[in-house]
Design a protein. Sequence first.
Length: 489
Amino acid sequence: MSANSPAAVVVLAAGGGTRMKSNSLPKVLHEVCGRSLVGHAVAAAEELTPGQLVVVIGHLREKVREHLAARHPQARAVVQEEQNGTGHAVRTALEALAADGIELDGTVIVTTGDAPLLTGETLRALADAHDAQGNGVTVLTAVVPDPFGYGRILRDGVDGAVAAIVEEKDASDAQRAIDEINSGVFAFDAGLLVQALAEVTTDNSQGEEYLTDTLQILRKAGHRVGAVVAADYRDILGINDRVQLAHARRLLNDRLLDRAMRAGVTVVDPATTWFDVQVSYEPDAVVLPNTQLQGGTHLGEGCEVGPNSTIKDTRIGAGARVTNTTADGAEVGDLAVAGPYAYLRPGAKLARKAKVGTYVEVKNSELGEGAKVPHLSYIGDATIGEGANVGAASVTVNYDGVNKHRTVIGAHCRTGSDNMFIAPVTVGDGAYTAAGSVITNDVPAGALGVGRAQQRNIPGWVERKRPGTTSAQAAAAATAAGRETSPEA
């Protein structure tokens, strides 16, 4: 915690979100660009390095608690047993800290768990203005094109302080014309917040403790109520249903793509390209249309990804090309090639200049430098040495019904088409295997492995066993033509 960091950030995430129409997933766990709504709130709060980071949870609390423990263990979850309003939620958070002997001194930021576009930069501007102006409380506001449904900010004509927040249903026609609205995000002096919350009542139509009541309480006590206008009004947009969720996803994706393009990434068609917030990149990477980059994917310098690719938690090396490919938890080395129509599953590792071609699936396997699996193959639990070439329609048969076994194909091997490698098996360096072979035993270095039955032909079988078929007719015609052109005829 630095000298300018808030004493605490309290994220309100206890609501049920009934308009999301979900029976099993709380609103704050719906995802936008690879991160939950509450995860976005926590990430923004972390940028302020607060002394305490508290998330107030309630609806489907165990799911939210488990999510926070797995993804954001630095956040402290506090349960609001009954959802008795925003003021009650903040009081619950402060009481939980006090019960552990934590008395806050400084600024307390209160934010919401359903505003994924709210940035740490905007929260920092709020905290800095609050400290600089010496306010008892500072409201984050926004000037919006359509303020309908929001609480309007009424300002003092003398010093611009906030005189009141009036809700839509209580506003006059003149007040409804105001386009500055309340975001529900505040900065408080910690001591004054505790005092004001003690005076909040439930004397309202909902019978709840409203956090906004603290503004009038502090103002009447002689403390200034300030306001900071968000630089981008979209920062404060909250999510209440899946339409708004999709809208926020589009807005955040646009921000992510804009950031990438300004950092030197070419995005050919932003309208059909999607980035998660964790995606990273280097200059001169190219992303072609209909491509989704998810999780912790990294794009190396000068690589090309797409079109029509879904890449998750995968590292793409410099100068690599990944075309019409699905990849999950893979590594594609510098100058390597994947696709078109390749499937790289977790643990797939392509070294420099390796190639995985059309309709090839790779799982938990390493391809050495320059190794190639060009066509129609499954490579699972295998190690393929540098410079090796695996023939078309080959399979490493890795599963015996109980355990997985490994295939090793050495450096500079040439394996024939339609090979089955029955693991565990090793093909030594420089060895060849014949097309159509089932390799059940190790092949020594430099040897030719042949594992196929000898072919035999049964003359006249089709005409005897399939009489009247088009095949039999074709065979009879060919036989007759052969007799007519033979020397004996």
